[in-house]
Structure formats: structure tokens, C-alpha cells
Design a protein around this ligand. Sequence first.
Ligand code: HEM
Length: 450
Amino acid sequence: MEAMIIYLSSCVCLLLLSVLIKFIHKFWWTPICIQSKMMPQGIKGPSYKFIYGNTKEIIRMRNEIMATPMELSNHILPRIEPHVHSWTKLYGKNFLFWYGPKPQLVVTEPDLIKQILNDKEGGIYRKRDLTYFAQKLLGDGLASARGEKWFRQRKIANHAFHAENLKVNACILVNDRCSTQFKLLKNRDAIEADRLQKDIRDSLIEMIMKRENNVSTGELDRYGSDLLGLLMKAYHHEDQTQRISIDDMIDECKTFYVAGHETTATLLCWTVFLLATNADWQDKAREEVLKLFGKQNPSPDSLSRLKTMSMIINESLRLYSPAVAVLRETKSQVKLGSITVPANMDISISVLALHHDPQIWGEDVHLFKPQRFAEGVAKATNNNMAAFCPFGLGPRICVGLNFSMIETKVALSMILQRYRFTLSPTYVHSPVQVISIRPQHGLPVVLHSL
Ligand code: HEM
């Protein structure tokens, strides 16, 4: 009996010891090792704090800056990413900080950004796994897929977004795979997420069935060449190895809705803000639209001739880049420029910091000056094309780039044809990041009919 007790207590002690060792390894030893590998290479940053890393400092900085609105300026980096703003000043363009015990290398140098984003799919710099709620929102769609699955889905998406095909069936969110017995273990947010996921899945299935029925009853002669049609064709592919599942189809619809809707809506929103506060550019944009289309609806073929509007949209994408950062992680140890980056390192490319860097854009970096783009992006960036990447770069560049430019141009043209607009006196300038950058209290504008 006594031997049994000794044996059991030894097992418990061993178990506790191994948990303790793992804990110390994760929360103390690994951060110390990584810091000591990065520091001699010139990659500095705020020092690691036990368990929390720098998370508390970031939250404090965010809370402080968000407590009051800002002046009516485009100098939004200190507000949206206060830690990146202060730490790039203190530690240089590329620095290391800690989300809890997880290190994150922030990169804002164009040459390094080019190297990371131009890496081939399946190379060293891979997409990170989605967080729990992001996974619910996006499913395993194109934006998060890797390897073979990504190649297949990207081919379908490229086809759907081909110039002739720019017409997307916008769909809705999330997919339902969880069963109710887990509810007791979940908090309220997770249960609500499950409920939404189910509703969205049901709406999507309804939409898919409708298209299916239209084809089977002969109302439509084929599935169509929009994204939904192409996904349905892939679902019915004769070659079974090429077929996609119903869940793939649903995840893809969710991805396109989330990735496409919010980003383009905020682009349009900040462009309206910039034109409302820069009446001279609003007049120039209207003049161009009226010259090209008169009072007629904009024709898709002529949108590429809206030169002034393209300059305005680019400048808006630079100042209020909807995708604040692009994220990757290293699959194995890699040489990035002159830096040796360990495996499994999170990398955050701060698009916003890049777009607000006075060394690239000049001392007037925070001013709205569309004329920067008068001779194209190459000239605006001094042939440093990676300095402007609102849609990312390389193989995983935004597949909806052309579509969103078309959407924005059509919407802006139609507004400009009908109204002159100014900011409402009730507008409060408080850009905030909720996935993309949005005006915290909305963007009230006064429309003056023309
Ligand atoms: C102003 C509008 C938009 C901005 C600023 C934007 C930005 C981006 C960025 C930065 C990426 C690259 C992410 C990375 O490399 O990790 C991306 C990828 C993606 N975007 Fe967009 N996007 C916009 C509009 C759209 C639209 C309209 C759609 C679809 C309707 C869309 C669908 C996607 C998808 C599916 C991906 C993933 C592509 C892949 O990984 O192969 N985006 N977007």
C-alpha cells in the first residue's frame, strides 16, 4: 500500500514538474533565447514581460489615444497602431515585440516586404492559421487556404474576377459544424458566433439551391460565370479529384463577402471624407466624370479613363489603407535581408506605417495630395513599388483588386454626378480599427443636389 502511495505521488510530482518545465520553457526560456538571437542582429524592441509580453503596454497606448477624438488630419498611424508608431521611432523600421509569449517581427522596410510577399505559395513565409472567431467568419476559404487547396481556389477566383467576369454574387458569413452539446463549455460570444454561423450557412445553402433549381428547371441554361456559378461548376466537376465540397463553396462565399465588402466600403467612405475636406479635388473629380459620362450611368469600358479619380483613390488607399497589416509566419529559419529569422516567427507587415513613412513619401506624407500618383505608382514611389501595397503583393495579392476599383469608381462617379458634398458639422474625426479602419462615429455628410 505504502509503495503504491509513493509510486502515485512520484507520478504526480513528475507530472507537475513536466508542466512547470513546459511553462518556464514557453514563458521565460524561449523569449529570452529569441531576444538574444535578434538583438545582436540589430532587431531591438520593448523587452519581454513575463506571461503578458507587451500586450498590456499596447492596450494602455490604444486606450489612451482613443479616449479623445483627433484633429482633422490624416496623421492616423499614432492612433491606429500607437505601438508601431512609437516603437519604429525608438527601435528602427523593423522591430520585435511580444503578444504574450509569442514574438512578432514588425517589418516596414520595402525591400524586406518585397522579399516576404513575393515568396512562392508553399514557400517559407506562409499565411498564419486563423484565430477562432476569424475561422468562424471566413471558414477555410481562399484568404486562409494553403498549398494545393489555395492553387485550386485561386484559379477559380482568378477566372471569376477576370476583366469580363467582374460581377460577383456577394454572399454572407459563417459555416456551421459545431453541435449543441458543446454549448455548456462556451461563453456567450462563442454561442452567438455558432448561431450566426448556422444562420449564414442556411442563407448560403438557400442561395446555392436557388441557382441549382434555376438550372434544373431550365430557367437558366448554365450555372453562370460569376463566382457562385464557377464554384458550382467546380462542385459538379466530372473529374472527382477536381471537385470541391459544399463546405468549400460556403467557405469561399464567406471569404469573399468578408474580404470584399468591408474593405471596399471603407475605401469609399474615406475617399468621400477626403473629397469632402478637399473641395478642389472634389470639383476636379466631378469635372472628369461629367466630361466622360455626362449624366449617364458610368460605362464599365470607360472607367479606366478616369485618371484623376484613380489618383484620388490611390491617395485614399495610401492614407487610410483598409488592410492595416499583412501577416505571415516563417515555416523554417530564413535569411530576411541580413536578418536570420527563426522558424515559427510571426511577421507583421505594417502597411499603414509603410504608407505613412516620410522617408518614402516626403515631409508632406500626411497631406492628401493625389498629384503624387499623376504619373503612376512607380513614379510616386521612386520605382520602389513595394512602398505602396494596399492590396498586398506577390502570389497572394488581392484577387478582388480590379473588382473593388471598379465598384469604387462606379459608386463615386454616381455620387459626383448628382451631389456636391461637405462634411456635416456633427462629424467627429476618430478613425478606429475594427478589422479595417473606419470612422468610429460614422461619416455624416451634407449632400447638396446639383
Ligand atoms: C479596397 C478594397 C480591398 C483591399 C484594400 C484589399 C486588401 C487585400 C490584401 C492586402 C490582401 C492580401 C492579404 C495577404 O497577403 O495576406 C487581400 C487578399 C484577398 N482579397 Fe482583398 N482587398 C480589397 C477588396 C477585395 C474584394 C472586393 C474582394 C472580393 C470580392 C477581395 C478578396 C480577397 C481575397 C479572396 C484575398 C485572398 C487572396 C489569396 O490569398 O489568394 N478583396 N486583399
